[in-house]
Design a binder for this molecule. Structure first.
Ligand SMILES: [Zn+2]
Ligand SMILES: [Zn+2]
Length: 280
């Protein structure tokens, strides 16, 4: 059975996220490992990392993934570039200390330049980061994006270009966000459309590269390039795609993480829906 859960807050301390996840009945959670809107944060000590890992081991949470800071842009050609490299290495270090293997990263923004050189710069920087952290097992999951503005990651050919340049390292995978893919023009509302999407993923990056799903319904229609998450079943995607994914043995060990709005019944309501769609 796929592992369902939600993005939960670390307010009050990293361990609090585990309590929050358990209260929601999550089998998997996603967290930020620090304030995601600040470049700098106090370093994580070995002792704190161990305390977190012990709390996790004693909990019912099976998988934890970290979402990297929104500030990181590996495609930036200004001072943000070097800052992003340092910040991503810090994120990898933090994951390593917390015993977390998967780190979700937005591929970046080309900021007015064409996509190809921006993708090549991302790959070049990723290569050096992977090289410098080669003693760590943390895997970077590049997230599919909605195609808004100059954001990279709107189609699988872009991910393939990065992977080709990197020579397909085992420490780079993909995180598939349902809302973002739908906004970027990928349908998944019927069984046939869902299978076509999987075929496309398999033909370009390989289904075994997918390490995480982000479960979000979409406020806007397909192909609009607009990224606004909606509660499951209340957007333009509807229940069907989530049912296909949850009942597909392919994703048996893959975390399916809600990033839906916190209003109304919030994560609790969406978790109840996912359990129903999965049949338990
Ligand atoms: Zn994201
Ligand atoms: Zn997402």
């Amino acid at each position: 059975m796929s592992k369902i859960g939600a993005h939960v807050s670390i307010a009050g301390g990293l361990e609090k996220s585990i309590e929050r996840g358990e209260a929601l009945g999550c089998e998997a959670i996603q967290i930020f490992s620090k304030n995601q809107l600040q470049w700098r944060s106090a370093p994580l000590s070995q002792a704190r990392g161990e305390r977190f890992y012990r709390s996790w081991a004693a909990s019912s949470i099976e998988e934890i993934v970290v979402h990297a800071s929104y500030l990181i842009n590996l495609a930036a050609t200004d001072a943000t570039g070097p800052k992003s490299i340092a910040a991503l290495e810090d994120e990898i270090e933090r994951c390593d200390l917390l015993g977390i293997d998967d780190l979700v990263l937005h591929p970046g923004s080309s900021r007015g330049r064409s996509a190809e050189p921006a993708l090549d710069l991302v790959a070049e920087r990723l290569a050096s980061i992977l090289d410098r952290t080669s003693h760590k097992r943390v895997r970077i999951l590049l997230e599919t994006m909605a195609g808004q503005g100059d954001l990279l990651g709107r189609d699988f050919k872009q991910f393939r270009r990065i992977l080709d340049t990197l020579d397909w390292p085992s420490r780079v995978g993909i995180c598939m966000d349902t809302c973002h893919m739908f906004a970027a023009g990928f349908d998944m509302r019927t069984e046939a459309a869902y299978q076509r999407l999987l075929d496309q993923v398999d033909d370009t990056v390989g289904l075994d590269r997918v390490g995480c799903w982000h479960f979000n319904d979409s406020f806007h229609d397909m192909g609009r390039g607009l990224d606004r998450h909606a509660h499951i079943g209340e957007g333009t995607l509807g229940f069907a795609p989530f049912s296909f994914i949850l009942n597909d043995p392919l994703w048996e060990h893959t975390p399916c993480i809600l990033e839906t709005p916190q209003n109304a019944s919030g994560h609790a309501g969406n978790m109840a829906i996912l359990r129903k769609l999965r049949g338990g």
